[in-house]
Design a protein around this ligand. Structure first.
Ligand SMILES: [Zn+2]
Length: 297
């Protein structure tokens, strides 16, 4: 069993590309609570806030192949919830740092999403003082949730709040093979021996930040490869035309009509012909090699 942060959830496949995750959370005012509403209003106020944040987030929880993940938060279980355990989240003072089981009273949507994703089993992705071995992934919802949220909703430089590896980890949480690199680099990093951790962390960061976008990467390379093949095809047409011209030239020069000079020229053109045969497309070779590496992630 993978270590999941005390969270419990169900996943349902609603349609071909739509998955919904159901979580049961109840909010309560912690002893340090200080916030916008009276203590007795905390459960409803924060439920509404969290649901509204999820409504926004759900528009951009996209998987690598056009799938959508929808997170539904409810306050109590229904009969078909298959025994999801309720998570109790305490609300504290506005200055307090939010965590999985306690939010600051002025918690924002990106942070709420980050904490809920912990309940779905995703680990943090920022290094720093607490965990020197931890792989640092810039602009991930699990490292800098505000930056990721803004890149999706404000600057629109990214399309999804999730990296494909997150999507896969939530959907196939027990499939070790599918999430191998992510598990090795993030879930298991806590167990790395101190003397090996720096090297392991560097290796993980080198592999395209834990291979998190393997599927996208494969698609990009495959697209470029297709383009390179097309170019090669065009090039080969030119090569064929050149070959015909050279062959004609050699035939003409070989007749002896052109004397010694002609014979020397034959040798020259034969070499040219050989070079044409050796022509390979360097871009394509590089892409094919890269594809092999990415597929092995
Ligand atoms: Zn976190």
């Amino acid at each position: 069993m993978k270590k999941v942060y005390g969270g419990s959830y169900t996943i349902k496949k609603d349609s071909d590309k739509l998955y919904s995750v159901n979580l049961i959370i109840e909010f309560f005012p912690d002893s340090t609570y200080e916030g916008p509403v009276a203590r007795e209003k905390v459960p409803d106020y924060y439920m509404e806030k969290v649901q509204s944040c999820m409504q926004d987030a759900n528009k951009k929880m996209l998987g690598p192949n056009g799938e959508t993940l929808r997170i539904n938060i409810r306050g109590s279980s229904k009969s078909d919830d298959c025994g999801i355990k309720k998570t109790n989240v305490g609300i504290r003072s506005p200055n307090e740092r939010s965590g999985v089981l306690h939010y600051s009273s002025n918690v924002d949507c990106p942070t709420i999403l980050h904490e809920i994703l912990h309940l779905l089993g995703l680990p943090d992705e920022y290094g720093g003082d607490y965990n020197l071995c931890r792989v640092d992934v810039p602009e991930s919802i699990m490292s800098n949730s505000n930056m990721r949220w803004d890149s999706v909703f404000i600057s629109k430089t990214r399309n999804s709040l999730l990296d494909s590896v997150h999507f896969s980890s939530i959907l196939h949480k027990n499939c070790a093979e599918k999430n191998r690199l992510y598990d090795e680099c993030l879930h298991k990093s806590i167990d790395w021996p101190k003397e090996e951790c720096e090297e392991k962390k560097n290796q993980c960061e080198l592999k395209n930040l834990t291979g998190r976008n393997k599927q996208q990467e494969i698609e990009i390379i495959t697209g470029k490869l297709k383009e390179a093949r097309q170019n090669l095809h065009e090039e080969q047409k030119t090569v064929e035309e050149n070959r015909k011209i050279i062959e004609r030239l050699i035939k003409e020069l070989s007749t002896g009509k052109h004397g010694e000079k002609g014979k020397k020229a034959v040798d020259f053109w034969k070499k040219q012909l050989k070079q044409l045969d050796d022509l390979r497309h360097p871009t394509m070779i590089k892409l094919e090699e890269r594809l092999k590496i990415v597929k092995s992630w």
